[in-house]
Design a protein around this ligand. Sequence first.
Ligand code: F6P
Length: 550
Amino acid sequence: MSIDNHEFRTDRTSGQRWHALRAHHQSIDGTHLRDLFAADPDRGTAMAIESDGLYLDYSKQRVTAETMTLLVEFAHESGLRDGIEAMFGGARINTTEDRAVLHTALRALDADASPTVDGHAVGEQVDRVLHRMSVFAQSVRRGRLRGATSRRIEAVVNIGIGGSDLGPAMACRALAEASTPDIDFRFVSNVDGADLSAALRGLDPETTLFIVSSKTFTTVETLTNAESARQWLIDGIGDRGAVREHFVAVSTNVEAARRFGIAEENVFEFWDWVGGRYSVWSAIGLSLMIAIGSGGFRDFLAGARSMDTEFRTAPFEKNLPVLLGLLGIWNRNLLGAATHAVLPYDERLALLPAYLQQLEMESNGKSVGVDGEPVAIDTAPIVWGAAGTNGQHAFFQLLHQGTTVVPCDFIGVLEPGHLLAGHHDLLIANLIAQTQALAFGRTADEVRAEGVAEHQVPHRAFPGDRPSTTIMMDRLDPYSLGRLLALYEHKVFVQGWLWGIDSFDQWGVELGKVAAGRIVDEIRAEDRTVLPFDSSTAAQIGRYRRARAA
Ligand code: F6P
């Protein structure tokens, strides 16, 4: 296994296939997407794959059949197959934290076949917690769980940040149609008190359940919000003991949750082999399970599991996550695209860009390889985006005519999530039209042929040749959402592996956290001279203190 002899730490760009890819890029550079389509009338179907409710069309990427062959060979040469098996098998591929990476075990069916970590059978642990979650979710949904004053729960507030917020918040919004109408779901993440204040507005403490979601149970934003929520509850009910009935926790740090005042039987556990941004499948998904029910949550896991199976077994040239990952490598490293836009044409998926931002940028925003050496090539692009069609009236100008080429993922859902006539045709027509306009543009001659005045011609021509992938989902339900999210998780794995980085640590967020701690101490210090700061930082602290004192 390559993990043991550390072969996986080598710089992939020194291999033969990388050189072949670079040479190939030179040979096709300058070939417009218009030419690629003209040369092959079947391109639109030849470069599309459909699998279990997901349709992926990459024909509008600036690639040829040879590009794809070379990319797949590059993946093989880089030991991607071994890497995939190492992850699923429980190898400690998160090398900088010496941890296994087993979010896939959270959705595996066969507990007996799952790996062991530190002598514990992972599958057994997963089943136990999933069962506890199901019992709890049922009792909330059926109104059996009562608050301190015996009233049923009508609002669930998830307090968490990053991976302990974005997954359940995004999925609850995406699957709102399938959610129980009897419970109001709210999500609080920001340490800005405005977030918690807004979330609590209109809620009754007697009927509110808080889920404090924090892998570490040390995150300052979450603990600050949880403490304020606890106070709100105690003030509202007039009984300190009410915390027991109104707070549950999801954490790997059961002891810290207990110290906060949450009864041990109300702590839903997960494990350090689940990364925060990969944790929606764990007890971090408790709010989602309450919303869509235990059956819905299991469908969500089943969707992800089906993508896991595809990822492990499909030949790379037909493997959705591998293809998505390789196209990203092509755009980032050969075409030099610094950013990547995620454009869901479905309001239900409006939080998907934010979710993928964490997934991709926290995972692969690294500049040191797993061998401790600086990476030889660029890693994760800047991921951004917004739901269509809104983006068309905001930033699409730049996508079409700006000086920067931004590869895009367009994501559409074929079945609408509402009954309003006419909207969906327009929505999907816009999605398709944007991919067409980006790819083919409009030449100056075409503009002239429309009788446009000559001085306007350069402004109204579109260069085209702007790459995009289109993903169409048959419908948006727990199963298909599970597939979509697992698709992106594995895409990130593919890219991290090929870039030779550890996709599962996040040391880069630490410095700012430590600095914030020092600055808050300074702001609150009585003598006001706790630590020396640079002149800008000192001036900003001073400015804030003056405003605070006024
Ligand atoms: O921002 C860093 C980070 O550790 C994320 O990776 C994580 O999802 C988030 O903070 C929240 O952490 P926790 O779940 O431990 O509160």
